[in-house]
Structures are given as C-alpha cells and as structure tokens.
Design a protein around this ligand. Structure first.
Ligand code: DC
Length: 234
C-alpha cells in the first residue's frame, strides 16, 4: 500500500460522515481526524473567553492561545478533542456551540489556522479526515474522496435522536433550524465553501444502512489500491 494514504469525506451536516469515517478507520487501521471538532473547539474557546470574533485583531490574538490535539481513548475506541489540555469532546457537541460554529468557521484566519494543523496531521499517518473542505482545500490530492449527502428529513431525525439522548429539552424544530442554518453558511461562505470536489465520489445514504455504506466505501478503497499498484507497476 502506498505511504500515507489519505481518504477525505466531505458533506452536509449530520450526513453520517463521522460514523463512516470511524468505521473505515477501524477496518483499515487508519487515523481518524474529525476536522469539525477543531472548529467546534475554537468556537468553545471564543465563547468561554468572550472573544469578539467580528474583530480580526482579537481573533488573531486569541488563536495564539489555542492548542488543539486529538488523543485516542482506548476504552471508548475513539479519538477525542483536547483544547489546551482539556478533554472537550463532549462539551463541543452542545447546541450552544453548534449555533455559533459555522460563523466562526467562516473566518479566514480561523480557517488557515485549522487547515494548517490538519495538513500536518495528515503527513504523520494514513488518515481519514471528514469535514466540509477536506477534498477541495486541505488535501486536494487525496487518494480517495467521498462526498456524502442525505435527505434533510433523515438528517434532522438522526441528529435529533443523538442530541435528545444528551439533552431531553431539545426540540426537533431547533435541530432542523440549526442544520439548515449551518448548511447555508457552510455552503455560502467566501473561503473554502462546502463543495463536492470534481473527483469526489457521491454517496447518498438516505436509503442505505451503515453496513451498506461501509461496504461501498471499502470497495472504493480496494479499487483505488489496485489502481495505484497498477500505476506504480507492481
Ligand atoms: O462536522 P461538524 O458538524 O462537527 O462541523 C461543525 C462545523 O464546523 C460545521 O457547521 C462547519 C464547520 N466545518 C468547516 O467549516 N470545515 C470543516 N472542514 C469541518 C467543519
């Protein structure tokens, strides 16, 4: 297998990108990086420290104080997001963060800060990274690119179930409004908007199970490995 194989998974909010990425990483022994968690952690820092993110200078100063890293949790078999040494994996999933994260992720300085770190992470190991601009901006030369989508009603239902388990006060209307708002901001921002890369393979999982989507992606991976081996004359 070629060194540092990179798989990118982009798509709308709550399409099941991270579910597929985690399954693939487990099966293939790749490192999984949740790029959205990085934008969420930056947003959490800004909220906690009352950073005025409409002010470019304040953003630049604040970013200097932010250190992000992922750490693998053996018990839960997943990597978790750390912000300045604190495990924030759960708190970054709150609606309070979800309501502001697209706004923060649209700031050019925030994007270059996160993209640079994501590119460094991808150099270290075979990697699967999910997000919005991974196949277009972070790793335009990735070996395999997948673009995921699903009907909005299915996405709302999935996200609502997930959030309701943590917070029974959350309503389906709130979840729907948040998803629609994030899709809109993510797709219409000036820097690296959410787009399907020309060479990304479309995966609509509205009517398929997680096992079926995993099979689909594993087959894409196998085909790609054969293609690369043939191209290198092996
Ligand atoms: O994948 P997620 O829902 O956890 O991502 C949270 C937000 O972060 C999402 O609304 C848009 C932003 N994001 C981004 O702009 N670029 C990425 N590569 C990943 C996420």
């Amino acid at each position: 297998m070629p060194k540092n194989f990179i798989i990118t998974i982009d798509g709308f909010s709550s399409c099941g990108k991270s579910t597929l990425a985690k399954q693939l990483a487990r099966q293939l022994g790749f490192v999984y990086i949740d790029s959205g968690a990085m934008y969420r952690a930056i947003t959490l820092y800004f909220l906690r420290n009352h950073i005025d993110w409409s002010n470019k200078a304040s953003v630049i100063v604040a970013l200097k104080d932010i250190q992000l890293h992922f750490q693998y949790n053996d018990k839960l078999e997943q990597s978790e997001m750390f912000l300045n040494g604190e495990n924030v994996e759960y708190v970054i999933r709150d609606l309070v963060v979800a309501e502001k994260v697209s706004e923060v992720a649209a700031i050019p300085e925030v994007r270059s800060f996160a993209v640079h770190q994501q590119q460094l992470m991808g150099r270290k190991a075979n990697t699967i990274m999910d997000g919005r601009d991974i196949g277009t901006t972070v790793f335009p030369n990735a070996d395999l690119k997948i673009f995921m989508t699903a009907d909005i009603s299915v996405r709302v239902e999935r996200r609502f179930k997930e959030m309701f388990e943590k917070n029974p006060n959350v309503t389906i209307e709130e979840v729907k409004a948040n998803l629609e708002m994030r899709d809109y901001i993510d797709s219409n921002r000036e820097v690296s908007p959410l787009r399907r890369a020309e060479d990304a393979i479309l995966l609509d999982n509205t009517h398929i199970t997680t096992d079926e989507q995993l099979d689909f992606a594993l087959n894409l991976y196998k085909d790609k490995v054969i293609e690369l081996e043939m191209a290198s004359g092996r």
